[in-house]
Each structure stands twice: as C-alpha cells, then as structure tokens.
Design a protein around this ligand. Structure first.
Ligand code: GDP
Ligand code: MG
Length: 202
C-alpha cells in the first residue's frame, strides 16, 4: 500500500574527521569511500520504507561545520533528530560532544530540550586496538542527558549503519505519532535504494 511519504530531517555534528560524511555515504551509497567526501552543502535525500511507511530522509552533512564551530541558523531549523558523532579512538572528539549538543540546542531551540532525540554515534570500531573511549563512558554520558541513544559503528566496515538509521527513523516516526497503516512491526529498508533515488534538494 503506498502512502504519502513523510519527510524527516537529520543533521550530524561532531569534530572534523570523526566520520560523519563516511557514515552518511555508507548509508546512502552502500559503500565506504576513503577521503573527505562531504556530500553537499545542503541536504541530500534518501528514500526508504520503514514499517510500511515511505520515508524521505533529508540528510544534512554540513560542509566545514567543524571549522566554524557553528553553522547558520537556517541549517538547524526544525531538525527532527540530531546525530552527534565521535571517534572511539579520539577522547577529544568525545569530549567535544557536550559542546555540539549545546550548540544544537541553542540554535534549534526545540520546545522541550530534554525531550529532543539525540543519537550519539561512536565510529571507527574497526580500530578496536586503538580504542580510547570506553562504551561504558559513552553510555553513562548518554544516560545523564536523557532521550539519547548510543551506538558504536564502523562506517568503514558497514557495521550496524543501517540499524542506526532504522532506529533513528522509528524514533522520529514515534515522536510524530505516525503509525504504520497495517500496524505491522515488519521492517523493510529497501535493499535496492540506489543512488539514483537520491536527489539534491534545492
Ligand atoms: P568527517 O570530517 O566527520 O565528515 O569525517 P570523514 O567521513 O571525512 O572521515 C574522516 C576520515 O576518517 C577519513 O579518512 C575516513 O576514511 C576515515 N573514516 C571514516 N569512518 C571510518 C571508520 O569507520 N573506520 C576507519 N578506520 N576510518 C574511518
Ligand atoms: Mg565531512
């Protein structure tokens, strides 16, 4: 059954080099591309089907957000969810999450900040031997904030990247109180969602 698609806006914040672009690239293109691949200055779209519902994910991977420490207010406007990314081998990138979270809340101004959903993503678990941020430490930080979900992933090895986005989408859909038409719990992220389904958003 086709339904009108629902649009969700997601932004990723975090230090330079933690893997924000790689995370999105893996999700959108199903591959890892080494190097600095900021997708766009603006949003790109990815269409997926989750719980029988058509979803258009508008992904904001802002060019050089790290360099300026902040981005224009317009970029933050009415985001549905914020992803905070750190590198599990870099304690500094983890320590900066507090800054990015505050910056997001300051700019996006959700009506009830403590109810706003954040996803904290520890990337580069393939470099386990160089790990410098324990899962426990990250989980404790997330618990102290409330409404914050923690995942550890590898954008490089495509470890649970899809699951992260699935959880993000479900969380936002729940918040928007949008129910699946048939009430089914079956989840389907289209395996054939190819790059040609991505359009630049102008
Ligand atoms: P951004 O600045 O946060 O957008 O980070 P990028 O996505 O540009 O990635 C920065 C660097 O980290 C690049 O050299 C990537 O190839 C590398 N990188 C990204 N994700 C991973 C990962 O999961 N594992 C490893 N080993 N390297 C990664
Ligand atoms: Mg980038």
């Amino acid at each position: 059954m086709s339904t009108r698609p629902v649009s969700l806006k997601v932004i990723a914040l975090g230090e330079y080099g933690v893997g924000k672009t790689s995370l999105f690239y893996q999700f959108i293109h199903d591959k890892f591309d080494n190097g600095s691949l900021t997708i766009h200055d603006d949003a790109v779209k990815k269409e997926v089907v989750v719980d029988g519902r058509n979803v258009i994910l508008k992904i904001y991977d802002i060019f050089q957000v790290e360099r300026f420490g902040s981005i224009g207010l317009s970029f933050y406007w009415k985001m549905d969810v914020c992803i905070l990314v750190y590198d599990v081998t870099s304690p500094k990138s983890f320590d900066k999450l507090e800054y990015w979270r505050d910056e997001f809340l300051r700019q996006n101004k959700p009506p009830v900040p403590k109810h706003f959903p954040f996803f904290v993503i520890g990337n580069k678990t393939d470099l386990e031997e160089s790990r410098a941020v324990s899962s426990r430490k990250a989980e404790e930080w997330c618990e102290s904030k409330g409404n914050t979900t923690h995942f550890e992933i590898s954008a490089k090895d495509n470890v649970i990247v899809k699951q992260v986005f699935l959880d993000i989408i479900r969380t936002v859909l729940r918040r928007k109180a949008i129910k699946s038409d048939d009430g089914q719990q079956v989840v389907k992220i289209q395996a054939d969602a190819k790059p040609n389904r991505i359009m630049c958003w102008s």
